[in-house]
Ligand binder design. Structure first.
Ligand code: 6PG
Length: 253
């Protein structure tokens, strides 16, 4: 796959979903060591969904991951559903069950979104406060994560930036509420200015279910409303796509 809008795409094509997980772990370790060596800490945000599960399990089980100075890792979330941490739909709960309960990361380094809060607007504001404190931000500043992991839905959403939603246009806040008419629960998400400020982003794409959307979003003129992943197009040079062969099957056509 060549350039998109004169930006060379950084696509790492791998064979299987297991290879997506392995490569995602390698990127985590590489950027963690670089950030910790350079700045004494690693500011990383993760998404939920099924795609990162293999990567998360490796974070909890791989000897290479256990060598990461976890006391210097500060962990955040890209988005969260408004559910309790023990809900099967919780992105935090997924992390706990796959790696957090197996790594020595200090509890104080784990900065989850309080999706269970009944006062949803306050939960959004609280996470903005968490970000401002963790990154020591002045008013108007945007946190610069060392690394952000995203998945991509079959509709081209990333985080909880969904197509045809106002949240794609929310550029004032660091965190935005996402009210769902259809889905079982509302959400909260980092806004795209926060995503675009990251030093590095990784988009994990796996499975034939994503082949069509990958093919669509990597062609033609960006349309953030139709494909919110296009909000990242100004920083494509900082985006690594890790895509397995099933999801990349239209690349060869
Ligand atoms: C979430 C994620 C969401 C996810 C995509 C892809 O809360 O579920 O943040 O953005 O990354 O929906 O999900 P899958 O990996 O399950 O396809």
């Amino acid at each position: 796959m060549g350039a998109v809008n004169n930006v060379n795409l950084n696509i790492v094509r791998v064979d299987t979903s297991g290879d997506v997980a392995t490569r995602a772990l390698e990127v985590f370790i590489e950027h963690a060591n670089e950030a910790i060596d350079a700045r004494g800490r690693f500011m990383v945000a993760i998404s939920g969904g099924r795609t990162p599960e293999g990567f998360f399990r490796l974070l909890g089980e791989s000897p290479k991951a256990s060598a990461v100075p976890w006391d210097k890792v500060q962990l955040f979330w890209v988005d969260e559903r408004c559910v309790a941490p023990d809900s099967d739909a919780s992105n935090y709960g997924l992390a706990v069950n796959t790696f957090l309960n197996k790594t020595p990361i200090p509890e104080s380094n784990v900065h989850r979104m309080f999706g269970e809060s009944c006062d949803y607007k306050t939960a959004v504001e609280d996470y903005e406060t968490t970000l401002r404190r963790a990154f020591d931000l002045k008013v108007g500043q945007v946190p610069q994560f060392d690394l952000i992991y995203l998945g991509m839905g079959a509709d081209g959403h990333v985080g909880s930036l969904f197509p045809n939603s106002y949240v794609v246009f929310d550029t004032n806040g660091l965190v935005s509420p996402v009210y769902f008419m259809g889905e079982k629960c509302d959400r909260m998400t980092l806004t795209h200015p926060v995503l675009c400020a990251a030093k590095h982003l990784v988009i994990l794409v796996s499975g034939s279910r994503k082949a069509e959307v990958v093919h669509q979003v990597l062609q033609g003129t960006p349309d953030e409303v139709k494909y919110p992943v296009h909000t990242l197009w100004p920083v494509l040079d900082r985006v690594m796509w890790i895509i397995d062969n099933e999801a990349a099957k239209y690349f060869d056509q």
